[in-house]
Design a protein around this ligand. Sequence first.
Ligand SMILES: [Zn+2]
Length: 404
Amino acid sequence: MNNLEKRIIKKIEEMREEIIIFNQDMIKIPSENPPGKYKEIAKFTEKKMKEIGLKTQIKRDNVIGEIGNQNGKSLLFNAHYDTVEVFKNWTRDPFGGEIIDGKIYGRGSSDNKASVTAEIFATKALIEEKVQLKGRLLVTAVGDEETGGLRGVETLLQKGLIRGDACLLGDAPCNYPIGYTGGTMYITFTVGGKQAHGLGFPDLPAPYRNERSGVNSIERMMKIMNFLVELKKELHTKETRYPLPEGWTNKVSNINLAEIHGGNKITTVPDKCYLHCSINTIPEQDIESIKKRIYDFVENLKKDDPFLDLTVQIPISLEPFVIDGASEFAQAVQKASLAVYNEEREFRLFMPSTDAHWFQERGIETILFGALNWSCHAVDEFVYIEDLINTTKMFAIIALNYLV
Ligand SMILES: [Zn+2]
């Protein structure tokens, strides 16, 4: 560890209380998505960025802070302050920010208010230690990640409000940098049918039917579901060679049959059925070929069944991503883990999709590091205070390595 790194790490240790309090204060401002109302949290975040000395602006409730100059590389910090809903059965106050046994409790405490906190205080440490950046650091805190990021990161990038050579994104598990991300696809199947008396004019094959007979949408959906379950088994035969974060075990691609709706009444042939699925792939399997398998199956199904009324919608389709471990940015990250954890830490694979793909699609090299744990999106979400502090250190040292 060089002297500057030592000073920055010491500075962050000194700011420990302030970092914890800021995270607690963020938790106390609800920013569930839906409904996605971010005015208050955006103002609160911007105020802090201003206070530490950043030039700031708010665009569509997304906050952008800036420091440095245009003569060099530019690095983006990114984290999101929207959270999933609280849902039921919490035993702690989801907006309380209570501290118990080294953990801060609350919705969004780790996902992802910890990283909003980390990126701001990492920048504060650099400013207070008077680090001269050779380039530009953009600190971004956004909404809308939990529902896809279209009104958040995507809007900022698309309007040219943020740019960068590299991005450090805070939406990830702690202790190891994430250099590999899984592929994701959301898919909705809608099957139409024909309503009829389920006992009088059921859905039967010829010669037991006439023009009044029903067409059963649920039975047809079952064919799709059976196919997906078989496809899932096939995907499970390949394990990824990339290491996962500690405690995460999904080394294979998966199809999650997530939500199903259909039918009206026990004596009626159902005329509508909807199925929502999420598909998640390891870097060794691509989304495009899974999509093709599904379309091929659907085409064959349509050929065999003249009554089949089926539509397929794919609102989200993202390929997996693998970084180049030899790049300057990847090296800056590796070196930072040496300073923060006293050892080089290998890149790991994070399977869920995040805002990272918006940056990756535009050729911005993106590595993730955050303070997530298994409690995110669940009841009694918390962040370990040590993870919060270490993430802050990693953000600061990575910027130092990359921009100084
Ligand atoms: Zn998140």
